[in-house]
Design a protein around this ligand. Structure first.
Ligand SMILES: [Fe+2]
Ligand SMILES: [Fe+2]
Length: 400
């Protein structure tokens, strides 16, 4: 058994390119982690893909094409691309994947099934190319198929982001004005058609299936909150210790950004109750060797975020006022620069506080929504949030 992760190739520049093999306790299933380029600081850092060798060869996630990563993370936020990243070949991530497969003893054509953990660009945008090479089916949770399958999903996301981020009070990215006119320079809709056809939408938890047959030792868990259709795979045979491949649901040292904090807090509770998980292998950052401790940390982290958000709103605040507080977000936020992840982090905490009447929307000033607390002790508000997390019947009906 080798759960330490036997290196087949060490990291190269930019902390990417590593290939590591994990052999599960029953020795029947091998999991190979292949690390592909995705920028750090401005993005979540290199994306780990996982090759699961069992009765079938399953690839989990695809990474993002290097050309698109440069554009998506830097251009859109009006930031200069560092020279070492600008210099990367456009097919850098593809080459990393091909080399990882080779070191694991396979070619891309051997892949039997592509599973997408969730519909974020760093997880599926290289999928179309992989499917062309492997001619394999694709599966992902039904709730994220609108992001993965829609050829205009990226454009739709930009339009939606514009309205939401303006309401948060965030400065807008390059190519967006305050008027109703919207454009992005150089956008050729044909060139961003990176959508991926999902052949088998996941509708419920249970064993992963390929061509309608169950794959023993690979169980799908629905773990929403980072995205509606986030899934994790529990890999390992019945009665044996298992590994959780968790996508972006658990990360270390960065924290996953919830797109629905209430749902995410429920998922953390669910993760606490999973049995026999000895290791979590996430899509970015470090291997998580103590899953319960990481879940515990994340619960405390969100409690602290809720407290800071609540207390700062003793005077009317926008989501951007909160997101730009020193040390609020994982990384430093420049208040003058578009940063939808930072804004969303604050907004999700404000939403939950609003659901328990801890915060109220007191005005909308020039399109920016302002929220203020009601002067109660934070602990009373937080106890109501804990009750909300427990009561699965309650879901938001009016967002933002
Ligand atoms: Fe994600
Ligand atoms: Fe990610």
């Amino acid at each position: 058994m080798n759960l330490a992760g036997n290196p087949l190739k060490r990291t190269q520049k930019l902390d990417t390119g590593r290939v590591r093999r994990f052999i599960l306790p029953d020795r029947k299933i091998r999991v190979t982690q292949i690390t592909t380029f995705c920028p750090d600081i401005i993005g979540p850092g290199p994306t780990h893909l996982y090759l699961i060798e069992n009765d079938a060869l399953v690839l989990l996630d695809t990474g993002i094409p290097t050309k698109l990563a440069k554009r998506f993370f830097y251009d859109s936020r009006n930031q200069i691309i560092p020279p070492e990243i600008e210099a990367l070949p456009e097919d850098y991530s593809k080459q990393e994947l091909l080399e990882g497969l080779h070191l694991a003893g396979h070619s891309i054509k051997d892949v039997d099934l592509l599973v997408i953990t969730h519909g974020h660009p760093d997880h599926f945008l290289m999928g179309r190319w992989i499917v062309e090479q492997a001619n394999c089916p694709v599966t992902a949770h039904a709730l994220d198929t609108s992001d993965i399958c829609n050829p205009w999903g990226m454009l739709e996301m930009w339009f939606n982001l514009r309205q939401r981020t303006m309401a948060m009070g965030m400065p807008q990215p390059k190519g967006v004005s305050d008027s109703n006119h919207f454009y992005m320079e150089d956008v050729n809709p044909e060139s961003i058609g990176f959508s991926l056809k999902v052949d088998f939408p996941i509708m419920q938890e249970g064993l992963l299936t390929l061509n309608h047959s169950s794959l023993k030792g690979i169980e799908v868990k629905h773990l929403p909150g980072h995205s509606p259709g986030s899934v994790g795979l529990i890999v390992g045979q019945e009665g044996s210790e298992k590994v959780l491949l968790c996508g972006d649901v658990l990360l270390s040292p960065i924290t996953p950004h919830p797109d629905d904090l209430l749902t995410y807090l429920r998922t953390l509770e669910k993760l606490k109750n999973l049995q026999d998980i000895v290791l979590a292998l996430p899509a970015h950052g470090k291997v998580i060797r103590n899953v319960k401790a990481r879940v515990d940390f994340l619960q405390k982290y969100h409690r602290q975020r809720l407290k800071i958000t609540y207390k700062t709103c003793r005077k009317p605040c926008s989501a951007w006022d909160i997101a730009t507080l020193p040390d609020y977000f994982d990384i430093a936020v420049d208040p003058s620069k578009f940063n939808p992840l930072a804004g969303n982090e604050a907004l999700m905490h404000m939403e939950v506080l609003q659901m328990v009447q801890g915060l109220k929307r007191v005005s909308i000033n020039k399109g920016v929504h302002l929220f203020q607390n009601q002067g109660e002790p934070f602990e009373e508000v937080y106890n109501r949030i804990l009750d909300l997390v427990k009561d699965q019947r309650i879901n938001p009906i009016m967002r933002y």
